[in-house]
Design a binder for this molecule. Structure first.
Ligand SMILES: [Zn+2]
Ligand SMILES: [Zn+2]
Length: 302
């Protein structure tokens, strides 16, 4: 999804450059100037080095989505029902302080790329039946940055960013379902140069629980009841998310019927005062060999 959006943005920009260039062809406009007008010149990558200007041909580095962090938090079944708090350790990227995000050991270790003349790439104009098209290509030597680092920063090894760990307290609301995503603004990766911080997305993954399954706000289980108890009615012990409870089985219950314990289901994540029920499907145990049952012994003999 992200790469699609970036690609669409790139195509749009290239199409726009083509259009403006086409409109200004008569005035012999430099395609770099047109390009610059759209892309805003340098991406600020080296702006701290006192060398303004230049182009960013490395189009795929522009997405601010890169600053977002996705974190999967695994919860057990009960935690998803009752909510709670969890402490998580998030690794995020921060602009390297030692080099100020340039990736170079010192400012003198940054040289203008000789292959592209510091422009980061080249443009080629071509006449087509639809007008003049500009082909933009990224310089392979400098990766579109227009600069070459001769000696890399020791701390970040030239990647401009360092990994930092931060512990965070996550509040889990009651009733969350698998895939529930919590967005925490400003807690993603940090780009100190641009002043932007991404967001942290915590995706909740809920573990299964043996014998209980969830559908919406309701919980379901299967229980076995002896045929005599099914006829006469009984009280059985059942497992719920709040521990073992008594479940009253009415007399004459039929196989497959359900009995419920009200408000022992899942709270509504948006309105915790609303809570579902726990339904128990009754399986009536009927013996296969009736000769062992006193009342049928006589019948079996005949
Ligand atoms: Zn560094
Ligand atoms: Zn270059």
């Amino acid at each position: 999804m992200r790469s699609y959006q970036i690609m669409r943005k790139d195509l749009y920009m290239i199409a726009s450059v083509r259009q403006v260039y086409k409109e200004n062809m008569m005035d012999q406009v430099d395609p770099f100037e047109v390009y610059n007008a759209f892309f805003g010149g340098s991406d600020g990558f080296f702006s701290g080095m006192g060398e303004p200007g230049g182009f960013n041909f490395n189009l795929r580095n522009n997405g601010s989505n890169d600053l977002d962090i996705w974190y999967e938090l695994h919860l057990n079944f009960e935690e998803s029902i009752f909510g709670g708090e969890r402490e998580i350790m998030v690794s995020y990227l921060e602009t390297c302080n030692d080099c100020g995000g340039t990736g170079a050991k010192t400012s003198s270790c940054v040289k203008s790329c000789t292959d592209c003349g510091g422009k980061g790439g080249s443009t080629k104009s071509k006449r087509t039946p639809f007008g003049v098209a500009i082909e933009v290509s990224t310089c392979s030597s400098c990766g579109g940055k227009g600069k070459i680092i001769t000696d890399k920063c020791r701390r970040c090894s030239g990647c401009c960013k360092v990994k930092v760990k931060r512990s965070m307290r996550i509040i889990i609301p009651p009733g969350v379902a698998d895939g529930f995503t919590k967005r925490i603004r400003g807690e993603g990766n940090v780009d100190k140069k641009s002043g932007f911080a991404g967001d942290l997305f915590v995706v909740l993954r809920i573990g299964a629980k043996q014998g209980i399954w969830r559908d919406g706000l309701n919980l379901y289980s299967k229980i076995n009841v002896d045929y005599t108890e099914a006829i006469l009615g009984t009280v059985v012990k059942v497992e719920t998310v709040e521990g073992i409870k008594d479940l009253r089985i009415p007399c004459g219950i039929q196989p497959g019927d359900a009995v419920k314990l009200s408000r022992l289901g899942v709270p509504d994540v948006n309105k915790p005062s609303v809570r579902g029920d726990h339904h128990f499907f009754v399986n009536v145990l009927i013996p296969k060999d009736i000769s062992s049952i006193p009342i049928f012994t006589r019948v079996a003999r005949h």
